[in-house]
Design a protein around this ligand. Structure first.
Ligand code: NAD
Length: 268
């Protein structure tokens, strides 16, 4: 059991975490559940494994945990995910836009369909989920939206045109919505992780090896950790703890902020 499980600061809150069948999202969903929130998990993957994870979260933290299979490519399905939280759990207090994909290729070879999918999942999906969730937050007089952006919301790297464009876009969306709802006790922030060791990072290694003509070890040390002065991957637990803090009442004055958690990367 997590060391945080005794902390029930989010008891009776309802949280939606997109892309929580893997990596950072799963860590965030578990962390919010550990603090007492009911959670809607979402993401792609094997149905039986997802059901196992859903049941385990509900049981381990004594909260209600539902699964929404909404595809982040569909605005209608995203609205359905928010409606599920409202119908089954009474509303939506916390929304974490985390689902994301990556593709690494030089701009003149970048596949059109990868551009479209990255912009849709990493940026447009957050527009749809925020639009659907805000009325419930306004009605309840409290809300927390945390967008999982990236250090690539603040700086660029070559060969990641769509990802960097989407992440810079989500920074703009975050600031805009924060201003719109600031007077209604709803905060909207983006966090910008550096490299976190998850399947998303692992999967881009072969493409980066090909794009730059490097070995796997060279990609890890000379490309990924090269950017991070700590020379350590950021961990899923550190990222989830940051999100949980932003969801707390103590963080009520933090809004419209685009905050790095990147081992010093963007201090360069
Ligand atoms: P991951 O690949 O482990 O998880 C991605 C999640 O998104 C999965 O649950 C997957 O099922 C879901 N997803 C993908 N496409 C989807 C779709 N069409 N509909 C619904 N769900 C979908 O990745 P991760 O590393 O945990 O990344 C999570 C977020 O953190 C992403 O937004 C990513 O850009 C961001 N991020 C990651 C890192 C890193 O180094 N891992 C760094 C900075 C930011």
């Amino acid at each position: 059991m997590s060391e945080f499980s005794a902390n029930h600061r989010l008891e009776n809150k309802v949280a939606i975490v997109t892309g929580s069948t893997s990596g950072i999202g799963m860590g965030i969903a578990r962390r919010l559940a550990a603090q007492g929130a009911h959670v809607v998990i979402n993401g792609l993957g094997d149905a039986a494994i997802i059901e196992q994870e859903r049941a385990a979260i509900a049981q381990e933290f004594s909260i209600r945990c539902l699964y929404s299979p909404a595809n982040m490519l569909s605005g209608t399905e995203i609205a359905g995910m928010v409606q599920l939280a409202i119908d089954e759990l009474g509303g939506c207090d916390i929304l974490v836009n985390n689902a994301g994909i990556q593709h690494v290729a030089p701009i003149d070879e970048f596949p059109d369909e990868k551009w479209q999918a990255i912009i849709a999942i990493n940026l447009t999906a957050a527009f749809h989920s925020i639009k659907a969730a805000i009325p419930s937050m306004k009605a309840r007089g409290w809300g927390r939206i945390v967008n999982i952006a990236s250090a690539h919301a603040l700086v660029a790297s070559p060969y990641k045109s769509a990802y960097v464009a989407a992440k810079h876009g989500i920074a703009g969306l975050t600031k805009t919505v924060a201003l719109e709802v600031a007077a209604e006790a709803i905060t909207v922030n983006a966090i910008c992780p550096g490299y976190v060791w998850t399947p998303l990072v692992e999967k881009q290694i072969p493409d980066t090896m090909a794009a730059r003509g490097l070995t796997k070890e060279q990609v890890i040390h000379d490309v990924l950790l090269e950017a991070q002065p700590t020379k350590q991957f950021v961990t899923v637990d550190q990222t989830a703890a940051f999100v949980a803090f932003l969801c707390s009442d103590e963080a009520a004055s933090i809004t419209g902020a685009i905050m790095p958690i990147d081992g010093g990367w963007t201090a360069h």
